[in-house]
Design a protein around this ligand. Structure first.
Ligand code: DLL
Length: 428
């Protein structure tokens, strides 16, 4: 069941609403944000020329660098007294991106998160243990208010305190756990150490997001925790979690709540728009934001759009699960590959646990990659033979083998207990 009527509306109705909201958004951004006024003037475009979403590609793209340059509030489009909340997203370099919300923005946010939960199969009256960090990160509070909006009960546990989380999950009998995919596995592992099998607990859904999760990783989560794993996507600059969500009926791509966020996919090299069905960088335009309207924002996330009908009945466009970012691309001795490709290969092996790290070095002007994986606690086979099989498989699938492959014992790869998992350590 969808949460709002618009999710299943005829495409023409969605398109008409997008066009109307786009005109308002462009006008609002141009009138109230100097950055957009300057950018549109420089491109020789007046807001009146943007009549429909088909005209969008004429507008300049907005980047993470623009957010940094306009730190802290240069992109805000309303007076301070209309702002009700601020969040921040810390990148790896430079200033954090500060984002702001009016009362109306917060209402929209709660609604799109409620829609996301409903798409995930969460029902009013159920209980959700929210393990996303509270504070400046959008995950905790973003999920929190959406859970309440849906009419479910929220357990606002936040990140960390894993033993306590396990006890709460057991004692309060939560139906849903929301947290990063890597944390859900860590929680299951901690539970096992406490003598508790999460698969025996009532929790039936993990709503995971904030970091990539490949299909083999999802399968690990589903089998270890005895749950359905549903992917939730979003980013602070656009609103936070709740930009798109998988439906539990199909588990086949994430419906973008496109009456609020208009998606395009571009070629990350040339910036040219790509047709549906082709993979590229996701670009999003907010359609209803007041405090921080965003025009054609380059997310850095790689995906593909499909407008094919979905078995759940929603007519809103779907995006593929994001397993890589344009800037995650590793170039090692001239070979290009994404960490997710390595993850997908190593997790094919039952003997390999869902933890790994990639270390990159440069020695004598040559790149060197060390891959560390972890064996399953129950594995007592021949480690050398396992190494050979993993290396052969990497070579067959990716035409690449790391310079060194270490297989360490259970628990030896450091776990991420709060925030997003880090798997690549580039020492070059
Ligand atoms: O991570 C918002 C969020 C919180 C989403 C909780 C889902 C659940 P930021 O910290 O601004 O916001 O980071 C946004 O994280 O551009 C992606 O690269 C990555 N990301 C978010 N969701 C997913 C996902 C939150 N489901 C950045 N799959 C995005 C893969 C994701 N990557």
């Amino acid at each position: 069941m969808s949460y709002t009527q618009i999710e299943t509306a005829p495409r023409a109705e969605i398109r008409a609403l997008q066009n109307e909201r786009l005109r308002e958004t462009v006008e609002h951004a141009y009138e109230n944000v100097e950055h957009y006024r300057t950018a549109l003037d420089a491109a020789g475009i007046s807001p009146a020329e943007i009549e429909t979403v088909d005209d969008l590609s004429a507008l300049p793209l907005t980047t993470k660098a623009d957010f940094r340059e306009e730190y802290p509030d240069g992109l805000f489009a309303v007076d301070d007294d209309r702002i009700r909340r601020v969040h921040a997203s810390s990148g790896t370099t430079g200033n954090p991106k500060i984002v702001a919300y009016t009362r109306s923005d917060l209402e929209v946010w709660s609604e799109v998160v409620a829609r996301s939960l409903a798409a995930a199969g969460v029902e009013p009256g159920q209980t959700v243990q929210n393990g996303y960090g509270y504070g400046l990160f959008t995950g905790g509070l973003g999920l929190h208010y959406g859970i309440e909006e849906l009419g479910a009960t929220v357990i606002p546990v936040g990140g960390g305190q894993t033993q306590r989380q396990v006890e709460l999950l057991r004692d309060l009998e939560s139906d849903v756990l929301s947290c990063t995919p890597s944390y859900s596995l860590y929680l299951a592992e901690t539970a096992a150490e406490m003598g508790i099998d999460v698969a025996d607990l009532p929790v039936s859904t993990v709503l995971f997001g904030a970091e990539p999760c490949t299909e083999p990783m999802r399968e690990e989560i589903e089998s270890r925790l005895g749950v359905t794993g549903i992917d939730i996507y979003g980013l602070s600059e656009i609103i936070g979690p709740g930009v798109s969500n998988e439906c539990h009926e199909a588990q086949d791509g994430l419906h973008i709540w496109e009456d609020h966020f208009y998606p395009e996919v571009i070629d990350p090299e040339t910036g040219e728009p790509l047709p549906a069905g082709e993979e590229g960088e996701l670009v999003l335009t907010s359609l209803s934001k007041e405090a921080l309207p965003v025009l054609r924002y380059r997310t850095g996330d790689l995906t593909t759009l499909t407008y094919d009908e979905c078995e759940c009945g929603r007519t809103m466009v779907r995006m593929d699960n994001v397993t890589g970012r344009a800037d995650d691309l590793l170039t090692v001795r001239g070979v290009n590959l994404y960490p997710s490709q390595i993850e997908a290969v190593v997790l094919e092996f039952d003997a390999v646990a869902p933890y790994y790290r990639i270390d990159l070095y440069r020695e004598d002007a040559l790149d060197r990659m060390e891959l560390t994986i972890e064996r399953e606690p129950g594995f007592d086979g021949d480690l050398e033979a396992l190494r050979d099989r993993v290396l052969t498989r990497l070579s067959n699938v990716l035409s690449f083998t790391p310079d060194e492959l270490d297989i360490v014992g259970p628990g030896e790869i450091e776990r991420t207990q709060v925030g997003k998992v880090k798997r690549v350590y580039d020492h070059r």
